[in-house]
Every structure is written in C-alpha cells, then in structure tokens.
Design a protein around this ligand. Structure first.
Ligand SMILES: NC(=O)C1=CN([C@@H]2O[C@H](COP(=O)(O)OP(=O)(O)OC[C@H]3O[C@@H](n4cnc5c(N)ncnc54)[C@H](OP(=O)(O)O)[C@@H]3O)[C@@H](O)[C@H]2O)C=CC1
Ligand SMILES: N[C@@H](CC(=O)OP(=O)(O)O)C(=O)O
Length: 336
C-alpha cells in the first residue's frame, strides 16, 4: 500500500491532538509523521500508539518532502504557512476559516459533497464545526426535497474554543465548587452555569461571524446560492458535543415518516427519534464518536409550507473537525 509523509500544523491543539488519534484509529497510511506547533511546544514529546514523536517548531522548511498537511492552527498561522506548503508540493486540508470561501478552495463534507474535492488547487477546506453537524443531518432531506430556508439555534460546546475553552470551563466549575472567584479569559463572560449568545464577533447586521458561517458555508457546500439561513449561535457549558435545533423549509413536500426513513439510511447519521420512550439525541451520548445523531423530527405547525423541525448533536472535535479532515485526506489519496 502507498504511504504518505504527513504533517499536522497545530499538533498540540484541541483539533491537532484529535487528528493524531483519528489518523491512528483509521489506520491512515503514514510513512513519516511530523508534529508542528509554535516555538513554545518545540521538543515536547507526544506518544501515539506507543510511538514517541517530538513536536517541531514550524518554519518554512517544515514542509519539505511533505505529501499531506493537516492544518489545525488559527487563520493567521494558516495564511502564513499553508501557501508555502502548497508551493513545496503538499496538498493541504485546512481546519481554519482562512480559505473556506475562496473560489478555488473546495469546502468538503465527505457525506455531502465529496465530488467537489476534484476542484482543488492545493488547499481543501474543512467547514465550520456547527455547519458540518447541521449539514450531515440535512443532506438526505435536502437531496429529496431541496432545502430553501433554515432557522437554526446552536448550543456549542466549549471545545470549539480549543484547549483553552475546555480548561476555562473546568477551572470555573472547580473554583465555584470551592467558593472561589472565577477567572474569565477565553469567553466574554463566565461560562460555568451560564449560556453566552455570542460566538465570534458581531457583523453590522447584528449576526455573529459564527452565525454567518452557517449560511455562507452552507450555500457553498450544498451548491445552493439562494439558501436562506437565520442562525443564532450560543456557547453552552458542555465539554465537546454541539447540539442544534433546526427548522427547514423545503421546496418539495416531505413528511415526518419519509424524513425518518431517509435519515435512518443516511451516511454519517444515527436516527434517535422515539420521544415517547424519552429517546432523542443528547450531547453526552454523541461525545467521542463520529455520527451525527438526529431526532425530535416533527412538522413545523406554524406554517403551511413544506417545513420540518429536528434536533441534532455531534462531537465537534471529531466529526466537526478532526474526523472530517481525515476523511477528506482519505478521499484525497483515492485520487492521488
Ligand atoms: N476546536 C474545534 O473543534 C475546531 C477548531 N477549528 C479550527 O481549527 C484551528 C485550531 O483550533 P483548536 O485546535 O481549537 O486551537 P488550539 O488553540 O487548541 O490549538 C492551536 C494550535 O496552533 C498552534 N500554533 C499557535 N501558534 C503557532 C505558530 N506560530 N506556529 C505554529 N503553530 C502554532 C498551537 O501550538 P502551541 O501549543 O505551541 O501554541 C496549537 O497546536 C482553528 O483555526 C480553529 O478555528 C475548526 C473547527 C472546530
Ligand atoms: N468557532 C467554533 C469552532 C471553530 O473553530 O470554528 P471555525 O473553525 O469556523 O472558527 C466554536 O467556537 O464552536
């Protein structure tokens, strides 16, 4: 079997660490693995599958002889290094939002638009985590009845803000349990025992950058430039699964039974929809696995339109980030 030289840019972060785990779990055909991070982490040892790796400081030379780069760093770092990696002949799968809306950059969810990967010019982008989870659930319904409008409310885990987001929730819960003051550094307000209706910065139109991603990335992935999305993103004191309440208005008729049938047979989805037995998706159940759970499927009784509501949950560090990126890399090596 052909093997590849792989580098993870941002290997010490929440997504980078998960990528290491997933590459190993899915037996990705690796020849050499390079773990790249900032100068601060250089020399740090990370053991994967009983093999020890030393974290390297990222420089332009880090990308010599690399076939595939998995990007798991912030936008400024992605912008600085990924064009260099491409120039040196690597293909990049990037988790940051730096290139997602570029015309020449495919934005891929393997269950939704794998065919678009062929259009790449060296960089393939991994979508926003809340968008991946929503669209894995929506795709089978969209393929049947074509979505034209969505109203979405998200309940996003602290892991979406990286390692520092996870630590902030844990430290605040511990401080409160011991009667101490909480420290606020990563989020705008205390997150322990709270909800914060802000993820990212606000645009002129009153929507946050995270909320606009659902529309802008959703339109590109579904190849539906007219798709209308009204999204509200909320940070919740949950460790790593995002949950989403979604109302979709379709162009064609679709009823609850048909939606259940489609979702029960859809790739990447687990239907959990038996409300009478208290069975519905919950973020604790979707943690540390890759399926998007979908349930609470019902007709939207507020309109005569072809509209359904549902609820879905997914592990945002895995399917919302690392697993989706590794699945893209798997599609890529089928093409190479
Ligand atoms: N968290 C998530 O689930 C999701 C994240 N993303 C995106 O993925 C990216 C990574 O997010 P996340 O893992 O949460 O972030 P973290 O803050 O947890 O990790 C950031 C990583 O970038 C590295 N880094 C920082 N500065 C440099 C530098 N100068 N040169 C090289 N590497 C550097 C860090 O290394 P060091 O440890 O040395 O500082 C660390 O490995 C972001 O663009 C984010 O928007 C996308 C979807 C979901
Ligand atoms: N912003 C998301 C996670 C993330 O990093 O998304 P993006 O890659 O689109 O910035 C969250 O906080 O839950």
């Amino acid at each position: 079997m052909k093997t590849y030289n792989v580098a993870i840019l941002g290997a010490t972060g929440a997504v980078g660490q998960e990528m290491l785990k997933i590459l190993n779990e899915r037996k990705f055909p690796i020849k050499e693995l390079h773990l790249l991070a900032s100068k601060r982490s250089a020399g740090k040892k990370i053991t994967v599958n009983e093999k020890e790796y030393i974290v390297e400081e990222t420089t332009a030379n880090s990308f010599d002889n690399i076939d595939i780069v998995l990007g798991a760093a912030e936008n400024d770092i992605a912008k600085k290094y990924l064009p260099i990696a491409v120039e040196k002949g690597a293909i990049v799968v990037d988790n940051s939002s730096a290139y997602r809306l570029d015309k020449d950059v495919p934005l891929i969810i393997p269950e939704v638009n794998p065919q678009d990967i062929k259009k790449h010019h060296g960089i393939i982008a991994n979508p926003n985590c809340a968008t991946i989870i929503a669209l894995v659930a929506l795709q089978p319904l969209h393929a049947y009845a074509k979505a034209k409008r969505m109203v979405v409310s998200t309940y996003q885990a602290v892991s979406g803000a990286g390692v520092k987001g996870i630590m902030e929730l844990q430290q605040q819960l511990a401080a409160l349990a011991h009667g101490k003051e909480v420290e606020i550094q990563t989020f705008q307000h205390q997150i322990a025992y709270n909800l914060i209706p802000q993820i990212g910065s606000f645009d002129e139109n009153g929507y946050s950058s995270e909320e606009m991603k659902m529309q802008n990335e959703g339109r590109k992935i579904l190849n539906s430039p007219e798709l209308a999305v009204n999204c509200t993103c909320v940070r919740v004191p949950i460790l790593r699964s995002h949950s989403e309440s979604i109302m979709v208005e379709f162009e064609q008729p679709i009823d609850v039974e048909k939606a259940r049938e489609l979702l029960a047979n859809a790739k990447g989805v687990k239907l959990v929809d038996d409300p009478k037995s208290n069975q519905y998706p919950m973020p604790l159940d979707t943690t540390d696995q890759d399926l998007v759970y979908v349930g609470r499927i019902r007709k939207d009784i507020s309109t005569q339109a072809n509209a359904l509501s549902f609820w879905c949950c997914g592990d945002q560090v895995r399917k919302g980030a690392a697993t989706n990126a590794v699945q893209i890399a798997e599609l890529l090596i089928e093409e190479l």
